[in-house]
Design a protein around this ligand. Sequence first.
Ligand code: HEM
Length: 188
Amino acid sequence: MTNRSHAFKNAAKPSSPLLSPGRSTSRPRGRSTHEPCPRRACLAGRRWGRAAAWYGYVGSHPHLVHYFAGPDGKPIDEYLARVRSRFEQWVRDLCQRPRDRAWLDYQEEIALRHTRTKKNHTDGVEAAPEIPLRYMIAFIYPITATIREFLAAKGDPEETVEAMYQAWFKSVVLSMTLWARPYVEQRW
Ligand code: HEM
């Protein structure tokens, strides 16, 4: 078994210990006063499955695993676990938080954490310094395409599944649009 497959072997198992790492300290806290609409709440309810699918996708692509690896080329398990936890928080925020100033500010923070300005800082690791923008944009596809089976898993009518799917797609594109800003600065 390679180091890569070892690091990601629990990707699709919700009971994995990778699901209980610490959280980021700089994420905005506090209860949302926004009433989540049923469609978005529904998405939130499927967040665990969603995160596992994302994790498995990264794990099966060595050029993406590279960005979680240390100087020895091996994936850093603790880094993966902590990022996974923050990823799940992003899904919850996307589904439940209002699109207010705090939410917007945190989108900038997430963007910076993919760039050389802040990548690796939160977890104190020595991994590759930046995710290329082309990988960021291209990742919209798997993050969208792989969610459909999770959305359909509870047997909702097709039109409900399709509406959730479209809501998710729109939200991911919105996120990526905001995250592109530090890569292109004034040309954003
Ligand atoms: C649509 C595209 C993507 C989405 C939705 C996404 C989502 C996220 C989220 C929510 C986080 C946690 C941010 C936080 O600290 O709160 C994160 C961190 C991270 N993502 Fe992405 N990501 C995307 C593309 C990628 C790609 C293509 C890679 C390449 C492997 C990647 C690698 C990472 C890494 C290494 C971190 C940790 C950065 C750090 O704090 O050191 N992401 N991502």
